[in-house]
Ligand binder design. Structure first.
Ligand SMILES: O=C[C@H](O)COP(=O)(O)O
Length: 343
């Protein structure tokens, strides 16, 4: 069922008043409440590896956008970035600089030259460890940009369960509006779907009103079938988003994993009517990469999944390349990477 805000936005869109890059409110779609664990559905789910690989292999050559259209897609991608710093040497100062970048990701002259003068263009969120949540919330005050905290013993997810729940509660108390949890990979590798469902249910409950993204760590899950099944179980347990990776696995986001997860999202929506968001993360660092993810989102799920309330890109260095490409689009010249030190 659509809420009032949804109707208003739909009406504005129909009248052409909602520009391509304007942010939609984060409560645009009804939140996925989850459902009981349907083991039959989980175990019936299979993935055709060669068909998946064939489908994604043809994507880069088949779909391309140029000039103004490319600039519009890249601007849209920019608004979906969860600007991330997840390093052992993170400091308060680095997090503050990242927040400043999230609020002003592009130079004003570039925004004007792209015909977007006067529009508010920001990153989708800031993503940090719990230690820096309060710093980021303070730095972003009044901007409307949410803070996402990685949690539950990120990245390995092997701390005791009660501590994981407390970690979520602590980040929510500090002002995190989004919590990126990591699942226990062993539950997937041993086919213990009930245990995965139960832990995810606890995480969702601990989040309260904060939205929860379930990081599957797909590079650890061995098969696409496991990826599809884990995606379904996390959605059944109430995940608002499913996310590929921590960025710390040997293999992080890929197009094959993305196709598998997007089809699970589609199946879940067909069955329940609820839309779940998608967040590829880890190793996405070029404008060219991100366009392929956007094409796949649009082809598999439709235009609605190109907005930040259903699509985020977890990335620590993608913004710099998007900025360079947009600057090239405007000026005809590439700037060097050292001029885009953050993001
Ligand atoms: O969730 C975000 C990832 O940790 C970012 O990975 P990245 O540093 O490869 O962009």
């Amino acid at each position: 069922m659509q809420n009032l805000a949804t109707h208003r936005i739909a009406a504005e869109k129909a009248e052409g008043r909602l520009a391509h890059t304007d942010r939609l409110p984060s409560n645009h779609w009804p939140r996925n409440p989850g459902m009981g664990l349907d083991l039959g559905w989980v175990l019936d789910t299979r993935v055709n590896l060669s068909a998946t690989e064939k489908r994604v292999a043809t994507l880069p050559g088949r779909r391309t956008v140029k000039k103004d259209a490319q600039a519009a897609w890249l601007l849209k991608a920019l608004t979906c970035i969860d600007l991330t710093t997840l390093n052992g040497d993170d400091t308060t100062e680095r997090v503050r600089r990242l927040c400043a970048k999230a609020m002003r990701p592009l130079r004003p002259d570039l925004i004007d030259a792209l015909g977007m003068g006067g529009r508010r263009i920001t990153a989708g969120a800031i993503c940090v460890y719990h230690r820096f949540v309060a710093t980021a919330v303070e730095a972003l005050d009044g901007s409307g940009i949410p803070v996402a905290a990685v949690s539950t013993g990120f990245p390995a997810g092997l701390t005791p369960h009660p501590l994981k729940v407390k970690e979520i509660e602590a980040s929510v108390a500090d002002g995190a509006e989004e919590i990126d949890i990591v699942i226990t990979r062993e539950h997937v590798l041993t086919g213990n779907w009930q245990a995965l469902y139960d832990e995810m249910r606890d995480y969702r409950a601990a989040c309260g009103d904060a939205h929860v993204k379930a990081i599957l760590a797909t590079g650890d899950l061995k098969t696409l079938r496991n990826v599809a099944r884990a995606s379904l179980v996390c959605m059944m347990a109430g995940a608002d988003f499913i996310k590929t990776s921590t960025g710390k696995e040997g293999v992080n986001a890929t197009l094959a994993v993305t196709l598998t997860m997007l089809r699970a999202i589609r199946a879940y929506e067909e069955r329940t009517g609820f839309k779940v968001g998608y967040k590829p993360a880890g190793g996405i660092s070029t404008a060219k990469d991100v366009l392929n993810y956007q094409f796949l989102m649009k082809e598999e799920l439709g235009r609605e999944w190109l907005e930040p309330d259903l699509f985020r890109i977890g990335a620590s260095s993608l913004l710099a390349d998007i900025e360079r490409q947009l600057e090239h689009h405007v000026t005809g010249a590439y700037s060097s990477f050292h001029r885009h030190a953050i993001g």
